[in-house]
Design a protein around this ligand. Structure first.
Ligand SMILES: [Zn+2]
Length: 130
């Protein structure tokens, strides 16, 4: 999952292709993201207590996570992301275009700090130096 809530994303397909907006909600199980102002539909509402006038209501529907790309805050381009580890064992997401880091994924982990090159367990850091 390369997207998180509050990320800027660019839509890559559908009627809102090329539009950029903010992620409001993530549904990991369904693989869907709710992006502000994207894939909005007019929902016809009957008059109710909550909505006494009824009528047409604009509502955003979630879209597939495979149809959005993260917009890198550093280079401003829609990009795929990679994951790398720092020397302190913390896990970071990075832009594959300019390789700037875009937020931390997990905090420093002392397990990876001691001589990561000597050990060769299954979860070895890709690049210990930063
Ligand atoms: Zn970038």
């Amino acid at each position: 999952m390369h997207i998180r809530v509050d990320d800027m994303v660019e839509v890559t397909s559908g009627k809102d292709r090329k539009s950029r907006s903010k992620v409001l909600h993530l549904d990991r199980a369904a693989g869907k993201v709710l992006v502000e102002g994207v894939n909005s539909v007019l929902k016809h509402m009957r008059r109710s207590q909550k909505n006494p006038r009824g009528g047409r209501l604009r509502k955003d529907l979630p879209i597939s996570i495979s149809n959005v790309l993260l917009v890198c805050p550093t280079c401003g381009q829609p990009t795929r992301t990679g994951v790398r580890f720092r020397a302190d064992g913390s896990k970071h997401r990075f832009c594959k275009k300019c390789s700037a880091e875009i937020g931390q994924l997990s905090p420093a982990n002392p397990r990876y700090t001691q001589s990561s090159t000597a050990k060769s367990n299954s979860a070895k850091p890709k690049s210990a130096k930063s």
